[in-house]
Structure formats: structure tokens, C-alpha cells
Write a protein of this length. Structure first.
Length: 426
């Protein structure tokens, strides 16, 4: 890890969410003068008050960066002026099944008036191969009058943030870097080497863009495999969890993935579709394995509802008016991240069937208007005992598993964390 320059570079990070905020604070910690830009006025106001929005950035780190004047959250595009390094870390969602790059386009338009010779632009947002060259570069050049590679440097470095991961952080996770030419690659590499331990240089930006999609498509496909096996395991007279435990003892050639109620976050429900969309657009052919994996994982919430319906029927209870307690709204343990969480879909489907739904999640304070019949609650003996069914969807460490085992009349355990005669595993 190289040292930051003696003179702090003026760095702007566009997007202050799960990716941009850790980047901004880490850059400030090593001495860069950082402007954290976001169009969400409420988010910026909270950051100005050192209110952290990320499990990876403690509030005291934001307060320290604010106090020493090295971090300035803002919504004002004019505050981008004079930058030497700009990182674009904005959302890239799907809209009607196609990539929505509008946030990247707006970021490029916001930066373009402030480009100056020698500056560095780095795209971190997950996207399909060709975005840096074919979308961002023309916007920057057209609006600034400067030429990428001649007047300014341009590169791509895919984010690898895993919210809540205490082992692999921004600092010690190897950072892929790329540039549109050798000089851009060097500029991007030099920047990241000042605050991450390992930099991995990739020859072209398209290869770096594909690498990010490959990482998450790999996970999507393998999760789909075990999810599909979980759906059919009982009919085969097998226990998917026991089989996974056994297979995991092999020290080579096998990597464990576990089934669950579906996939969430920004990456898995979105990134593989970016890849298949671009392949279809460029080649006219489909990525059949990826599309099948998307279909399998997208169907899991409905399968959970069907499993729960069947269990209630065996008890002589209709879903309508049954009291169901869902445990975990976040899509991954020990975080408050509800982006594309399967719990949202499961709660909505059950509410549409007339069930009385309560969601307990110690990290999320509100079910965010899933349905008027969905209410927030806490995990207590009385709530568990009064429920017709309890569904463990996210295995937060804060959940008292023994309480659930001892007091729930019936449990559908989607994470294989519970045992007992009243527990049925996915």
C-alpha cells in the first residue's frame, strides 16, 4: 500500500451509499480532501451530522473526517469543482428488465463541466461490459470538450463491498483496477494503492466490467442449484442440509452454497441480468444457465409461501387470518440492508392471502409499507407463542434461537439453524 501524496488530492465521490461512503471515508483517512456528493438531501443532512448509513463506517469515523475538514458531504454540483480524482459509485438498478444507467449518465454530466487536464475519472458502479467506453466516455468528452486518454484519465474499478463483513473490508479486499489506456491504468492503480492493500491490474475496462458480473453470476448460479435441489430433496427422500454438510468435507473441487428464501441485495437479483441482457443485445443469443438461475431464485419466495400454506393446512388452518411471524427483513444476517430482500415479497404474498403478518428484525425498524396488514414487532415469548407459524428468513445473531425452539407451535426454518419436533427445515 503506497502513501497518499504529500499534497492532498481533491477527490469527489459521487454516491454516498453502501459503496461510496466507505470509499469517501477511507480516502479521507489517508489524507485526501474528499467531497461526498449525493442527490439525496436527507442522506447528506444525516452525514453532515455524522449519522452513519453504513454498517462498515462507524459514526465516529465520519465525525473525525468532518472535524479535520477532509470530508464534506454535499448535494451541490458546484462543490465538485476543482477535483483531481472523481469516483462514480451510483446505483445501477434494473428498469423493466433492462439496465438503468441514468445515474451514471447524470454523474457524468455533473462532472463534465469541472474536468481539467490530468484529472482521473473512475467508475465503480456495477454494469455491463462496454459502459465505460460506450456510455460514460462520450458524455464526459462531449460535455467537457476534453479527450479521454489525451486530456484526462478514465478507468473502471468494480466495487467489492460486502456490507457487514468484518473480515474482508475495503482495505484488505483485493481491488481490481483498469484504464482505457496505459496512462489511465497507472493513474487509477496509483490512486487505489494509497489506501487498499492489494491492487489487481486488468488490461482492459471491458474485462474488469465482466469480472464483476462474473463474480456475482457465479454466486447466483450456485445458489440456484442448491435452491432447486432443496425444493425437490424431500421427494427424493433426502436431506439437502445433510448432503451439503457431507459434500463440504471435500477439500477440493467443491464450494458450499446454502439454500434460502431467495436472493437479495443489489448484486444477485440484478447483476446476472445485466450480463444476460448485454449478451442478448450483442450476440442475439441468451445465457440460458443464467436465465434459469434467475428464474429459480426468483421463485423461492413463492415456494416458501406454498410450504407455509401446506404446513398450516396440515394443522387445519387456512392462511387467511393465520398469525405469521417472519424473522428477519434484511436480506443478509446482521445488517439493515433490505434491498430486494425476499422477505418483502414473502410478506406481501402472505398478506394478499389474508394472513396477519408481523416482522421482527432487530436491525430494521419498520416494514416500509409492504402492506397495511404487515406490522413490525419484536421477538418475544408471547409473540412467538401466539403465532400460528414462525418463519426464520434471516439468521441474525441477535435472534434468541432457543426461545423460538421452545415456544413456537410451528417453525419453517429457511437457514437450518433450529431443531425440534416443531421445526421443519427448508
Amino acid at each position: 500500500m503506497a502513501d497518499a501524496p504529500a499534497e492532498p488530492l481533491r477527490t469527489v465521490v459521487l454516491g454516498q451509499g453502501y459503496v461510496g461512503l466507505p470509499l469517501a471515508i477511507r480516502a479521507a483517512q489517508v489524507g485526501y480532501q474528499v467531497v461526498g456528493f449525493d442527490t439525496d438531501a436527507d442522506r447528506v443532512k444525516r452525514l453532515q451530522a455524522a449519522d452513519s448509513l453504513s454498517p462498515d463506517v462507524p459514526a465516529e469515523q465520519i465525525a473525525a473526517a468532518l472535524a479535520n475538514g477532509l470530508y464534506a458531504p454535499t448535494t451541490r454540483p458546484e462543490d465538485l469543482a476543482g477535483f483531481e480524482v472523481a469516483i462514480i459509485a451510483v446505483p445501477t438498478p434494473l428498469r423493466d428488465g433492462a439496465p438503468d444507467l441514468s445515474a451514471i449518465e447524470h454523474a457524468g454530466l455533473a462532472l463534465a463541466p469541472h474536468l481539467q487536464p490530468g484529472c482521473v475519472i473512475i467508475l465503480e458502479s456495477t454494469t455491463y461490459p462496454g459502459t465505460t467506453d460506450d456510455v460514460l466516455k462520450p458524455i464526459l468528452e462531449s460535455a467537457s470538450g476534453l479527450r479521454a486518454g489525451e486530456d484526462f484519465h478514465l478507468g473502471y474499478s468494480p466495487e467489492r463491498i460486502d456490507p457487514g463483513n468484518r473480515i474482508w473490508t475495503l482495505q484488505n479486499t483485493p481491488k481490481i483496477v483498469s484504464g482505457i489506456d496505459d496512462a489511465s491504468l497507472k493513474a487509477v492503480s496509483d490512486f487505489y494503492q494509497s489506501f487498499v492493500e492489494t491492487v489487481v491490474e486488468v488490461a482492459t475496462v471491458r474485462d474488469a466490467e465482466l469480472a464483476k458480473l462474473l463474480e456475482n453470476t457465479f454466486r447466483q448460479v450456485n445458489i440456484a442449484l442448491v435452491n432447486e435441489l432443496a425444493v425437490h430433496a424431500k421427494q427424493l427422500g433426502t436431506d439437502i442440509w445433510a448432503a451439503l454438510d457431507a459434500a463440504s468435507t471435500k477439500p477440493f473441487g467443491f464450494m458450499r452454497f446454502s439454500p434460502g428464501p431467495g436472493v437479495g441485495g443489489h448484486c444477485l437479483p440484478v447483476d446476472p441480468t445485466y450480463l444476460s441482457w448485454q449478451v442478448q443485445r450483442k450476440t442475439g443469443r441468451s445465457l440460458r444457465l443464467v436465465e434459469a438461475a434467475n428464474e429459480v431464485n426468483s421463485a423461492m419466495p413463492a415456494y416458501i409461501v406454498q410450504r407455509l400454506t401446506d404446513a398450516l393446512n396440515r394443522k387445519g388452518l387456512p392462511v387467511n387470518r393465520s398469525r405469521i411471524l417472519l424473522l428477519g427483513m434484511a436480506y443478509k444476517p446482521n445488517t439493515a440492508d433490505i434491498r430486494n430482500s425476499p422477505t418483502i415479497t414473502i410478506g406481501r404474498l402472505l398478506a394478499e392471502h389474508g394472513a396477519q403478518i408481523e416482522i421482527a428484525d432487530p436491525h430494521v425498524g419498520d416494514p416500509f409499507g409492504i402492506d397495511a396488514r404487515v406490522h413490525h414487532t419484536r421477538l418475544t415469548v408471547s409473540n412467538v407463542a401466539a403465532s400460528d407459524a414462525v418463519v426464520l428468513l434471516t439468521d441474525h445473531d441477535a435472534f434468541d434461537l432457543r426461545l423460538i425452539e421452545d415456544h413456537a407451535p410451528y417453525v419453517l426454518d429457511c437457514r437450518a439453524r433450529l431443531s425440534g419436533v416443531n421445526v421443519e427445515r427448508l
